[in-house]
Design a protein around this ligand. Structure first.
Ligand SMILES: NC(=O)C1=CN([C@@H]2O[C@H](COP(=O)(O)OP(=O)(O)OC[C@H]3O[C@@H](n4cnc5c(N)ncnc54)[C@H](O)[C@@H]3O)[C@@H](O)[C@H]2O)[C@@H](O)CC1
Ligand SMILES: Nc1ncnc2c1ncn2[C@@H]1O[C@H](COP(=O)(O)OP(=O)(O)O)[C@@H](O)[C@H]1O
Ligand SMILES: [K+]
Length: 505
């Protein structure tokens, strides 16, 4: 699914209004109804609701929401902040439509800002996607007081003060919402970790924007939903045999870190690989043969760490490398050999990333269109350099993928997948229970298995990251976030793949 810029969102609104031949205030009514529907599911009518409206259409939404909530027997208090002389036409219409017993109060100067009761419920409708500059003056004062009030804040469309698709200037005042209920499509700012305290938990509500506009509009930033990945899943033919599902080689494990290889191997097997061979330091032999009997194990001459590549590497159709390998000098040499000689796709994780990151010569040897890197943010920083903020990091992701013609799954709450042609896809599955050692190794195993099965590299990234998070979401329901381990993810992979094989609900 596409992520639109603020300008494209405005175009989508305008296109919809024209296509359907409706006045813009009707679209606003739809947005307000969609918001109210979400709100009613979350908050009881016994709640007193304080609605702060700005001068634009976001404020117009706030006024329409006030009317709808009032009709549904919520007690609403409306505050109009700033100068209504400059208000948008749809704002004015909705102001007129407010029932008489909802008496909006004007906030024209600092003294007009109300004291809120403890634990108040606040709807933030000051600014949405039309914000053009940092919030200052009276608006800034309101935002600060709301943030300090301890209220539960629900932002309409965007937390006020936050830029939709570019870096908000340093030091700007921004609402700290508990929830952001955004219209139709999520905005780029909602995916970025640096905005967590402003965005809170975000939810999408559909408002029927033109499907035709959305299908036609050009964007290089998307987010992946079940709908986007489900159709990628390949089905098995009746007369198929293991030779059709690829033979993967996993280079992993080190003394004290054989578990990383075990996790990657198990998840690879649970993700449909035909055959799996693990090449690991000799000390891992018994561990691997016992823990993963389905995999074949080759041993490195070195007991403690990887020091060379196995023979006949050309017979494998993908090589996954990194989990648990460490950065000992012989391992660095082996990684150099791998980049120089491998002819198949490579899935490169953990210390294999760190080794490449530490050598300009190795970076230059990254084979084009054959590599998927799976770094967490620190590994990405080592590989591609420090950045000042999340927007810069996305730009760096794009540049690195373009320069080296590679794929990167930059892991996080919304893992960002970069592709050689400059696209970025944010994942939408996963949860904080997955923030535990070994879950990254599981992802390496999954993606390696998918590449072995002839998914192209982009498909393997999109599907792999999605199903990894889906397994995490399923594990959340049975073991919860606190107890979740990487093994729980592997245990839930079957359910996650089965879920994707069912028709969409
Ligand atoms: N027909 C439409 O266009 C629809 C718009 N919708 C709502 O409209 C919002 C966008 O509305 P607008 O484009 O009117 O923009 P906003 O309401 O987000 O804010 C823009 C207004 O605030 C002013 N402004 C911008 N930054 C400011 C700042 N830092 N300090 C003071 N004033 C500032 C602008 O000059 C303008 O008057 C969306 O976020 C959404 O909530 C929805 O009702 C859906 C339909
Ligand atoms: N808060 C979170 N929400 C969703 N997914 C998360 C969260 N924290 C971590 N993850 C996922 O867990 C995995 C952690 O990977 P990584 O840091 O490499 O772990 P390890 O190196 O211990 O295996 C990544 O796939 C990441 O996307
Ligand atoms: K808002």
């Amino acid at each position: 699914m596409k992520i639109l810029t603020a300008a494209q969102t405005r175009e989508a609104d305008a296109y919809t209004i024209q296509e359907e031949g409706i006045p813009s205030v009707d679209l606003m009514e739809r947005a307000a109804k969609a918001f109210t529907g979400w709100f009613e599911n979350k908050f009881q009518p016994s709640e007193e609701v304080f609605i702060f409206c700005g001068p634009g259409n976001n404020g117009g939404d706030g006024l329409a929401v006030a009317r709808l909530l009032h009709q549904r027997h919520y007690r609403v208090q409306v505050y109009i902040v700033g100068d209504t002389a400059k208000a948008s036409a749809d704002f004015k219409t909705n102001l007129e439509r407010l029932p008489e017993d909802v008496k909006p109060q004007e906030v024209k100067e600092e003294q007009d800002i109300p004291e809120l009761p403890l634990c108040a419920c606040v709807i933030d409708a000051l600014f949405g996607t039309g914000l053009t500059r940092p919030v200052t003056g009276l608006y800034e004062e309101v935002v600060e007081q709301l943030n300090n009030s301890g209220a539960c804040i629900i932002a309409v469309d965007m937390p006020s003060g936050l830029y939709t698709d570019s870096q908000t200037p340093e030091g700007s005042t921004i609402i700290k919402a508990d929830y952001t209920v955004t219209f139709q499509l999520p905005k780029l700012a909602l995916f970025l970790p640096q905005h967590e305290e402003h965005v809170g938990e975000w939810h999408l509500v559909p408002i029927g924007l033109s499907e035709r506009y959305i299908a036609g509009v050009k964007t290089d930033i998307c987010y992946t939903t079940r709908q986007d990945v489900q159709h990628l899943l390949k089905h098995r033919k009746k007369f198929s045999h293991k030779g059709l599902y690829g033979h993967a080689l996993l280079l992993g494990g080190g003394y004290g870190k054989m578990g990383a290889a075990v996790l990657a191997a198990k998840s690879c097997l649970r993700s449909g690989v035909g055959l799996l061979t693990i090449h690991a330091p000799a000390a891992g032999y018994t561990v691997l043969q016992t823990a993963v009997p389905e995999a074949m194990t080759l041993t490195d001459p070195n007991r403690r760490h990887l020091s060379e590549l196995p023979e006949e590497t050309e017979k494998f159709n993908v090589i996954g490398v990194g989990p648990g390998i460490g950065t000992a000098p012989p391992t660095k040499t082996a990684i150099g050999q791998l980049l120089a000689t491998a002819t198949q796709p490579l899935v490169i994780d953990a210390d294999a990333i760190n080794i490449i990151a530490g050598s300009e010569r190795l970076k230059e040897q990254i084979p084009e269109n054959r590599v998927i890197f799976t770094p967490h943010p620190k590994e990405f920083e080592r590989l591609a350099g420090k950045t000042a903020n999340d927007y810069e990091r996305l730009q760096r992701l794009r540049e690195f993928c373009h320069t080296h013609q590679c794929y990167i799954t930059l892991k996080g709450s919304h893992t960002a997948i970069g592709t050689p042609n400059g696209n970025i896809f944010f994942n939408t599955t996963g949860n904080p229970g997955m923030a535990t050692g070994g879950t990254g190794d599981v992802l390496t195993g999954i993606i390696t298995a998918l590449v072995a099965q002839q998914y192209n590299l982009e498909e393997a990234c999109l599907l792999g990251v999605y199903v990894h998070g889906l397994a995490g979401d399923m594990a959340l329901r049975t073991v919860g976030a606190i107890s979740m381990t990487a093994t729980d993810l592997i245990d839930h992979l079957p359910k996650a793949f089965l879920c994707l094989q069912q028709p969409m609900p």
